[in-house]
Design a protein around this ligand. Structure first.
Ligand SMILES: [Fe+2]
Length: 436
């Protein structure tokens, strides 16, 4: 069996093909280039290099996109042939991808965690474990998992800097902002194309309301995260968020048009970023022109094949904001059907997804009291939305707006004062406090 740059053995016969897989892993970790194309080339050289199929499966499954998920299933299908042999670690990767495809991100997260524990130098497992934790409401596990894995690494090992970017993000989600910021800056100095590390510092600046520094950071690194980068849309979204906090709505919309507005290549997560920005503007009553219906239209196909709560909620917000009640009701009915099953996706929908969507619907229909009641009851489960603190912030922002519209100024004030502690200069918060 050939061994990769971290001395890990994989099924196959060709060192050249495995070299392409190593390059595909780097492309994945940096969010740049074409990892799927590199895997395809590797498989043309060595069809027995299962690692390349597994990486294709992981990348496609993580897109949370129905057509890509079907492609992920096809990518790993050859491993179902009983005549095909693979090692235990490869079998675990396959099981993790299958869990993703079955709507079980928590199971995927647990399987990948098991791989990392036994083979800490498996960078494919580390990267997708980090992402699976993120999409399985398991952010608390990210930091200890990385710290444990790092004990099996040294600075000279290929790919070490990717772990620093991941650890910076995990530190940020753990609220250890100063350490996260230092590590992110160091990781970007070592690897300027580490879009995840750039993003980790972006999160710190967002959480601390350091909007001027956030805008400057994203402007100074723009070449590194916006060109040939499949994490560009989300970074444009972060850059626009700083402007929202400053109530610079025209600037936020200009960035939306420049880097976030969906097109035919947009995956579900890109649509979520678009909806997440437009919803914040909708809460503020900002006229966003014809942008919402474009997002709702593109969400329709994803709504027909729901696979993850993060998409489900953002699709619901889009239909509600547009007043597309036929789509909204059909979406809700499909999700209610899923919520009646025994899957992990179902449990997330029951406790958080459906109440959040119902709250958005109620707010858009002018029933602010209902919206506030629904969201207040769902907030103990807010982590089930998955994603980062910054992404889930859409829930408390919506709750505060619902309370303000419902005449519950006292409760809204308490929440706003807590937020103001972390963001004393926020123009958004100042305006809402004046409404209480
Ligand atoms: Fe983010």
């Amino acid at each position: 069996m050939p061994r990769d740059v971290r001395d890990l053995a994989w099924s196959g016969e060709s060192d050249d093909a495995l070299g392409l897989f190593d390059a595909a892993i780097d492309a994945t970790a940096s969010f740049h280039g074409d990892p799927l194309g590199l895997c395809k080339k590797a498989l043309e050289i060595d069809p027995g290099l299962h690692a390349a199929r597994l990486l294709q499966g992981h990348v496609l499954a993580l897109s949370l996109n129905a057509p890509f998920r079907a492609a992920a299933a096809r990518a790993i299908a050859p491993l179902d042939d009983p005549a095909v042999a693979f090692c235990e670690r490869e079998g675990l990767h396959k099981a993790a991808i299958e869990a993703w495809l079955a709507g079980e991100p928590m199971r995927a997260s647990a399987i990948l965690a098991g791989i990392v524990e036994r083979w800490p130098r498996d960078l494919m497992a580390l990267f997708f474990s980090h992402q699976a934790d993120f999409f399985a409401a398991n952010n608390d596990a990210m930091l200890p998992r990385l710290d444990q894995a790092l004990e099996g690494w040294n600075e000279g090992l290929a790919g070490h800097s990717w772990l620093l970017g991941m650890r910076a993000f995990a530190l940020e989600e753990a609220g250890r902002y100063a350490e996260a910021e230092d590590l992110a800056i160091g990781a970007v100095e070592r690897q300027p194309l580490d879009a995840w590390a750039i993003h980790a510092r972006g999160h710190v600046l967002e959480m601390q309301g350091r909007t001027e520094e956030g805008i400057a950071w994203y402007r100074s690194t723009e070449e590194q995260w916006s060109k040939d980068c499949f994490f560009a849309v989300h970074n444009w979204w972060h850059r626009a968020l700083y402007h929202l906090d400053r109530e610079e709505f025209d600037d936020a919309l200009a960035l939306y048009d420049r880097g976030i507005a969906p097109d035919e290549r947009s995956i579900s997560l890109n649509l979520c970023d678009a909806a997440a920005l437009l919803w914040r503007l909708w809460l503020r009553g900002v006229d966003t022109g014809g942008r919402w219906p474009v997002v709702a239209e593109r969400f329709e196909a994803h709504s027909e094949a729901p696979c993850h709560i993060f998409n489900d909620v953002h699709a619901g917000l889009s239909f509600a904001a547009c007043g597309q009640w036929e789509r909204f009701d059909a979406h809700r009915a499909r999700l209610a059907g899923t919520a009646g099953t025994a899957s992990g996706h179902a449990a997330m929908l029951r406790d958080l997804g459906l109440p959040a969507i119902d709250a958005a619907g109620a707010l858009a229909r002018g029933r602010a009291v209902d919206a506030a009641d629904l969201l207040e009851a769902a907030m103990p489960h807010e982590a089930l939305m998955t994603g980062s603190h910054a992404q889930r912030d859409i829930l408390p922002l919506t709750l505060i707006e619902a309370e303000l519209r419902a005449g519950r100024g006292l409760s809204a004030r308490r929440r706003l004062e807590r937020r103001a502690g972390a963001r004393p200069a926020s123009a958004w918060i100042a305006r809402d406090l004046a409404r209480c």
